[in-house]
Design a protein around this ligand. Structure first.
Ligand SMILES: *[C@@H]1O[C@H](CO)[C@@H](O)[C@H](O)[C@H]1NC(C)=O
Ligand SMILES: *[C@@H]1O[C@H](CO)[C@@H](O)[C@H](O)[C@H]1NC(C)=O
Length: 460
């Protein structure tokens, strides 16, 4: 429901295992692997963990791919999805970008957040179409507010390398430490309970293997830029759908694949030191008393069965949603839920996580939460009419549980189309409290953006 992803030619995605040499980004070794162990020209087979080696770009010695030498503890894979016991295999210095131990505290502290050139270009184009000078000046400021970049198609993964290289250059030029914010969002049978953001991969057509290739490509990019910190939101809506929407056939069918895919994602991103926040829906979804304990159980059981990857920092809430962090008074639509804002939800969820062994740290999306009490139902999520930009990203959150207020969804990009003939039409986008005349999800929605600007709270 969150973001657009076009279908790609699947021929692009299927690794060429029939070749004598593995293709770029393909697997080239690991326990139980029977395919080719050498890579095509221009790529080198790089050890990742006892179960996985991968063809990464370059013919240089593996040490240039893995500039850090701290060995990743083998315990991070010992309870993973494969049942083969971890042997005594030495983790060599060729482990890609293994960054050892995460920092103890807030991973945002002390870092300059990279701003996406793509979003800045969208803002620049939008500003050019605003005739009112005051509004245009306010709109222009949005280009300097960091948002997350959504990797919602495998074809976009090289863009991560472009951004990391740019951030590394800015870091070198300024002496400031840079942090790049990404959303990992390409599960097979994605968005199983809605229609607007279904993705490019299907479970029926090799989806899990394709997803692993997608993750491998992100990991390969991160490994090349070990000096730049990466923070990731992992798979918006996926685990929340498994808490509450298993009555939807597509979600029930996706359950085992989602769990395997998210497990793979967090294990692999852990090897290159990506700080991760799993998506945890929002107060009006998992914050209901009947859902909050099952949610905590799902997050902690997945985390533990993945080997408790040390770079999993916590959970992300309210991603692409419209809830307040702290509501002055409960919105009438939240009636009956004691956790009527994100702070209350987080405060209620944290002890349940802590007691079950999951790290209770949070980031909260406030990108479009500036105006409250404008929805007719709490479940309304599509281009909410009258929305304003919310509190700008800050680590001054007022809560020791919350690492940062963030803008995950780039405001102005559409949640879903109002075109009832579109295959991706979702009825939420046609409701009276959704902004009319909306284009397809993920594309620019000028009227919606202008409203976000003019109703921003605090003002831009
Ligand atoms: C902005 O204006 C240009 C030229 O007038 C037009 O082609 C484009 O579609 C407009 N973009 C938006 C987002 O309204
Ligand atoms: C609505 O969607 C249909 C089906 O995809 C398409 O043919 C039509 O052009 C769209 N209408 C508009 C106004 O975009």
């Amino acid at each position: 429901m969150l973001k657009f992803a076009a279908l790609l030619s699947l021929t692009f995605l299927i690794p060429a295992f029939v070749d004598a040499q593995a293709s770029l980004y393909a697997q080239c070794g690991g326990t139980g692997f029977s395919g080719p162990t050498t890579c095509v020209s221009g790529a080198t087979c790089v050890f990742s963990n006892p179960y996985y080696s991968q063809c990464l770009p370059g013919t240089a010695s593996a040490s240039t791919v893995a500039p850090t030498t701290t060995a990743k503890p083998t315990t991070t894979v010992s309870t993973g999805p494969t049942t083969t016991p971890v042997g005594t295999t030495t983790v060599t210095s060729s482990a890609p970008g293994s960054t050892g131990t995460p920092v103890a505290g807030n991973p945002f502290t002390g870092f300059t957040i990279y701003t996406s050139p793509y979003y800045a270009a969208e803002i620049q184009a939008a500003v050019g179409n605003i005739t009112d000078a005051t509004t245009a000046a306010k709109a222009a400021k949005v280009a300097n507010i960091p948002t997350f970049t959504w990797f919602d198609q495998i074809s976009k993964t090289p863009l991560l390398g472009t951004y990391l290289a740019d951030a590394a250059a800015k870091q070198a030029a300024s002496g400031q430490k840079y942090l790049v914010q990404i959303v990992v969002y390409d599960l097979p049978d994605r968005d199983c309970a809605a229609a607007a953001s279904n993705g490019e991969f299907t479970i029926a057509n090799n989806g899990l293997a394709n997803y692993k290739t997608y993750i491998d490509q992100l990991v390969a990019q991160v490994a090349l830029y070990p000096t730049v910190r990466v923070v990731a939101v992992i798979e918006p809506d996926s685990l929340a759908n498994l808490v509450t929407n298993l009555n939807v056939a597509k979600c029930a069918n996706a359950q085992t694949t989602y769990l395997a895919a998210v497990t793979y994602a967090i294990q692999q991103l852990n090897t290159v030191g990506v700080y991760m926040y799993l998506d945890a829906g929002h107060a009006g979804w998992l914050g209901w008393p009947a859902n909050i304990q099952p949610a905590a159980q799902l997050f902690s059981s997945l985390f533990k069965s993945a080997g408790s990857p040390s770079f999993v920092r916590g959970l992300a809430t309210n991603v692409a949603n419209y809830n307040a962090l702290v509501a002055a008074t409960p919105d009438p639509i939240t009636q009956g839920n004691p956790n009527y804002d994100e702070q209350l939800y987080i405060n209620a969820l944290a002890p349940l996580l802590t007691s079950s062994g999951f790290p209770a740290h949070f980031i909260v999306d406030q990108g479009r939460s500036g105006v409250q009490n404008i929805r007719q139902q709490w479940g309304d999520w599509c281009n909410v009419l009258g929305s304003g930009f919310g509190t700008q990203p800050t680590t001054n959150t007022g809560s020791s549980l919350i690492d940062s207020i963030v803008w995950v969804k780039p405001g102005g990009e559409c949640d879903g189309t109002t075109n009832t003939s579109s295959p991706r039409y979702d009825y939420h986008c046609g409701l009276a409290d959704a902004t009319p005349n909306a284009p397809e999800a993920g594309t620019w929605f000028q009227n919606f953006f202008v409203t976000l600007v003019t109703k921003a709270n605090p003002a831009l």
